[in-house]
Write a protein that binds this ligand. Structure first.
Ligand code: ADP
Length: 174
């Protein structure tokens, strides 16, 4: 599904042939479980070596490294908030993850970017709410900046992909 520079697919983000994939990292940037572990396994040990030189990274911010053995030449590591009920700035911090990652991509002259569903795994951010933030921030960014050609949301499950598609359709008509 493609709409206004946004594509929504189901799959493994480590296989994406885009200019940069985004990693849902933790503040240490030294790897972890979930998508972070998958990206480090696929990229190989040089990614961890570079991450040691660029971390730590505060929640809501992003850092860029090479992609090493990945098909994508760059990885943008962003640190999503841990869900704590919603009254601890989680929405703003998640929005800041998307904005800072998008900004880093344009600053590096990149034109295609792929995001996982940041914070909605181990960090337990409710999917619907996170998805509205992800798509809202990306649509706004694409309206204001024309340097990015396409942003792909890579959902790990078909159920997640349907949520992203439904919410994008809702946002596009309103
Ligand atoms: P967080 O700690 O930010 O919640 P997780 O890695 O636990 O990060 O989960 C974020 C999302 O990434 C979840 O939807 C999870 O299913 C998904 N995910 C896990 N592995 C992959 C992968 N290889 N490609 C794309 N998405 C993945």
């Amino acid at each position: 599904m493609k709409e206004g520079g946004i594509a929504i697919v189901q799959g493994d983000i480590t296989r994406m042939k885009v200019d940069a994939i985004v990693n849902a990292a933790n503040t240490s940037l030294l790897g972890g479980g979930g998508v972070d572990g998958a990206i480090h396994r696929a990229a190989g040990p040089q990614l961890l070596a570079e991450c040691r030189t660029v971390g730590p990274c505060p929640t809501g911010e992003s850092r860029i490294t090479g992609g090493y053995r990945l098909p994508a030449p760059y990885v943008i590591h962003t640190v999503g908030p841990v869900w704590q009920g919603g009254a601890h700035g989680e929405d703003q911090l998640l929005a800041s993850c998307y904005r800072s990652a998008l900004r880093l991509a344009t600053e590096h002259g990149l034109s295609t970017l792929a995001f996982p569903s940041i914070s909605t795994g181990a960090y337990r951010f409710p999917l619907d709410r996170a998805c509205r933030i992800a798509l809202g921030e990306t649509l706004r960014f694409l309206r204001e900046e024309d340097s990015l050609a396409e942003v792909t949301f890579v959902c790990f499950t078909a159920a997640d992909r349907e949520v992203y598609r439904r919410i994008l359709a809702e946002m596009s008509v309103s």
